[in-house]
Design a protein around this ligand. Structure first.
Ligand SMILES: Cc1cc2nc3c(=O)[nH]c(=O)nc-3n(C[C@H](O)[C@H](O)[C@H](O)COP(=O)(O)OP(=O)(O)OC[C@H]3O[C@@H](n4cnc5c(N)ncnc54)[C@H](O)[C@@H]3O)c2cc1C
Length: 323
């Protein structure tokens, strides 16, 4: 039986949730297309976790145990993955489009000269068994349908948050595999490892999102977020210019929100951005342009200058009088 593989990312034993989203999607696809699903987990001392992972939608879990695989390595992980693919010949390999998932998928695509559907927001197989994905394209103005033709293994990275991780109770067979190679880093040495302050806003109940209309002045945005008991997100240009970390960028190349309330300040509503807010509950936007495309994604649109509207709203929320 042909197999769909899903790379399960972990760091120090902590499984990356979006990998499980991809695994559950693979399980759904396999059910329709008659494929087997295997999860690929590399790490150290994680055999029990490997069994748990399988519950999200795998027939098999290939687990590679080695102390040098405790955390992602651009050197060792691609080597092991290449070896596994050559040995077991999967039809398709899927990755979550996290930083590490993108790094690994790109390297595998080069090694096998395979097609890679990058950052897909939808996924399926056509009648020829070619992997088909949807990717926001041309500056985000269209959702392009892309596919891997005459390419094996077929590869795709999946935008985190677009599918749901479901414990389907699958009883996966655990296959502990030992690659016949020396797993010693040659070119990369970890000098020190520090974790920055990271917030997973894909699960936040309320988010205040700053767009370029804020001019990158996030103090006011932070103040509003604090009063609403909300987290902060940004559009990509603000992450590009470095006023906020990439981790809180929303959209097709960032996080997909599922919040009950999204407050969007000075964002135009480009498709690359709106794909990240389509699953939100109530969307309230403030924009000085009444025709900005964001209006089509908003439950409430306040037409006005953020620098006038937001300070007034902040005063109201603080219980202060407004003129
Ligand atoms: C391959 C690719 C991937 C991309 N991925 C992403 C992604 O993941 N996320 C993302 O966000 N973008 C992404 N983009 C970029 C995206 O296409 C848009 O360029 C971006 O979303 C625009 O950001 P913005 O709305 O903040 O800025 P702008 O488009 O410049 O909009 C600013 C808005 O603010 C309003 N405004 C300005 N001043 C005020 C004021 N004082 N008061 C009220 N309103 C005001 C304006 O009317 C305007 O509507 C991607 C692009 C490409 C090509």
């Amino acid at each position: 039986m042909e197999e769909i593989w899903v790379f399960i990312e972990q760091d120090d034993g902590v499984i990356e949730e979006s990998s499980l989203e991809v695994l559950s999607k693979a399980w759904e696809l396999a059910d329709k297309g008659g494929y087997g699903v295997s999860a690929i987990l590399m790490g150290s001392g994680l055999a029990d976790k490997a069994r748990d992972v399988g519950r999200y939608g795998a027939h098999k879990v290939y687990y590679i145990d080695d102390a040098n695989l405790r955390s992602y390595s651009s050197e060792l992980y691609p080597m092991v993955m290449e070896w596994l693919i050559k040995k077991y010949d999967p039809n398709t390999v899927l990755f979550s489009a996290t930083r590490n998932g993108r790094d690994l998928a790109g390297r595998i695509a080069v090694k096998f000269k395979s097609g890679l559907l990058a950052h897909v927001i939808e996924l399926g197989f056509d009648e020829n068994g070619d992997l088909v994905g949807k990717v926001p394209g041309f500056g985000g103005n269209i959702a392009a349908v892309v596919k891997c033709v005459d390419s094996r293994p077929q590869l795709a990275t999946v935008t985190p948050g677009v599918f749901e991780a479901k414990d389907v109770g699958a009883e996966a067979e655990l296959k502990v595999v030992t690659p016949d190679m020396e797993l010693k880093p040659r070119n990369i040495r970890i000098v020190s490892k520090e974790r920055g302050e990271y917030l997973d806003i894909s699960k936040s109940e309320r988010v205040v999102v700053a767009g370029m209309g804020t001019g990158g002045k996030l103090d006011m945005v932070r103040e509003l977020a604090k009063l609403l008991n909300a987290d902060i997100g940004v559009t990509r240009p603000l992450a590009d210019i470095g006023v906020a970390p990439r981790d809180i960028q929303i959209g097709s190349t960032g996080v997909t929100l599922k919040s009950k309330l999204a407050f969007i300040l000075g964002a135009s509503g480009a498709p690359h951005f709106t794909s990240g807010i389509k699953d939100c509950g109530v969307v309230i936007t403030v924009n000085k342009d009444p025709e900005a495309p964001i209006k089509d994604y908003s439950d409430y649109l306040v037409v006005g200058d953020i620098f006038e509207v937001i300070p007034r709203l902040i005063k109201l929320l603080r219980g202060e009088e407004i003129a």
